[in-house]
Design a binder for this molecule. Structure first.
Ligand code: NDP
Ligand code: MG
Length: 393
């Protein structure tokens, strides 16, 4: 049967990889809607190739430019704009599956709308789960939505867990081992990383990704966000998730069982594998990823993460254990600090300082509604922006 897909964040790194996999299987998948923020030309090209019913951008001016481009090229796709339009294409009754690949907190509302509509969710947008994990997982349970992780580590863990896994109690799972490449600055000290530039931070040794997640990978905040993501997805306490630095990025994560077995998922570092896995689950489809050549790889190494050089991981781990809205504040402060670093307003090592200071200074509360989460997110953004203003060079 044909799966009808809405792809949120089509023009990004995950979006493009998703379209690459989908293009290999025109008999199985069709696109209902593609969305972007402001890359109108790229989105128009994608519409020409995949002929969706709708294409959504963030503002009216971009939508009008997109609509003209589409008309000129004889494409019947209708251009829409704004958050309401994102929610509409994420929950339309014609849609079976939503790929959530918008970066950052902007992905929360459309993704949650898709969850509430009971869609199959392919979740790349980890920030949505980090900032609103409790509400998000409650909504998944209430709607019966199928939630499949795209993040390579979580997709690996999902593949290594028993079918029908709900939590660790009855399954014999004792620990999740979350792989980390260590990023481009593995082995360096905090002092050595002070003068790192945005381009250096975005040059990941193994993965090609958007700039925000690339910076997160360089600070190891990405692994901290993933630790929180793993706790929500697999109903695990933070103490039972251990980060293992594995520079080759071949083992994408592991599950340890109480009989001493450890199951791992391996593959070349290419997001088309988890994307194809989640699209076809529980079946398997070809993804375009080359076969793994173990003889070529020859060795796999493992290290403990250096928490002194990469304080973001320790800060995120503490936020995971604190609970309440600590992760919401962490995520918001990190998004603001990463943007300030990319804009060359603060240094690389100041990202951790801004996040930690924001967390220390904000009072925590238990977020019981989406509005409460959004308010905590907003206040944390204002707070960290004020901290950055004082640091501004
Ligand atoms: P990119 O920056 O490459 O792409 C982000 C996408 O979101 C683009 O389509 C962008 O549109 C759109 N977008 C950005 N801001 C907004 C907004 N305010 N409203 C609506 N749409 C917006 O990111 P990635 O593809 O790298 O990452 C996407 C998500 O997947 C992130 O949450 C990331 O953590 C996660 N992820 C990514 C991995 C990877 O390998 N890249 C691996 C694992 C997880 P436009 O192009 O017009 O700006
Ligand atoms: Mg990951």
């Amino acid at each position: 049967m044909m799966q009808m897909i809405t792809l949120l964040g089509a023009t990004g790194s995950i979006g493009v990889s998703t379209l690459d996999v989908i293009a290999r299987h025109p008999d199985k998948y069709a696109i209902f809607a593609l969305t972007a923020h402001s890359q109108v030309d790229k989105l128009a090209q994608q519409c020409l190739q995949f002929n969706p019913q709708y294409a959504v951008v963030s503002d009216a001016a971009a939508a009008s430019r997109l609509q003209s481009l589409l008309r000129e090229s004889g494409c019947s796709t209708e251009a829409l704009w704004g958050v309401d339009a994102l929610c509409q294409v994420a929950s339309d009754s014609a849609v079976d599956t939503v790929m959530a690949a918008i970066v950052g907190a902007a992905g929360l509302v459309p993704t949650l709308t898709a969850v509430k509509a009971g869609k199959k969710i392919l979740l790349a947008n980890k920030e949505a789960l980090v900032m609103a994990g409790g509400l998000f997982m409650q909504a998944v349970a209430a709607s019966g939505s199928v939630l499949l992780p795209i993040d390579s580590e979580h997709n690996a863990i999902f593949q290594c867990l028993p079918a029908g896994y709900t939590d660790s109690n009855d399954s014999g799972v004792s620990k999740l081992l979350l792989s980390a490449s260590g990023g481009p600055f593995r082995g360096q000290t905090l002092e050595q990383m002070r003068s790192v530039t945005p381009d250096q931070a975005c040059a990941h040794p193994n993965w090609s990704m958007g700039r925000k997640i690339s910076v997160d990978s360089a600070t190891l905040m990405n692994k901290g966000l993933e630790l929180i993501e793993a706790c929500w997805l697999f109903a695990m306490p933070a103490q039972s998730v251990e980060v293992v630095v594995h520079p080759q990025s071949i083992i994408h994560s592991l599950v340890q069982y109480n009989d001493g077995s450890v199951l791992a998922q391996l593959g070349n570092p290419d997001m088309r594998t988890p994307i194809a896995h989640a699209l076809a689950w529980p079946e398997r489809i070809e993804s375009g990823v080359a076969d793994l050549d173990l003889f070529e790889i020859a060795r796999l190494d493992f290290e403990k993460p250096d928490l002194d050089a990469f304080p973001c991981l320790a800060i995120a781990s503490r936020a995971a254990q604190t609970g309440a809205d600590a992760a919401t504040i962490l995520n918001a402060a990190n998004e603001v600090a990463v943007q300030a670093f990319l804009d060359e307003r603060i240094g690389f090592t100041q990202i951790a300082e801004v996040v930690e200071q924001t967390l220390n200074e904000r009072a925590l509360s238990e977020p019981e509604s989406l509005e409460a989460v959004q308010e905590a997110d907003n206040q944390a953004r204002l707070h960290s922006s004020a901290i950055i203003k004082k640091l501004d060079k």
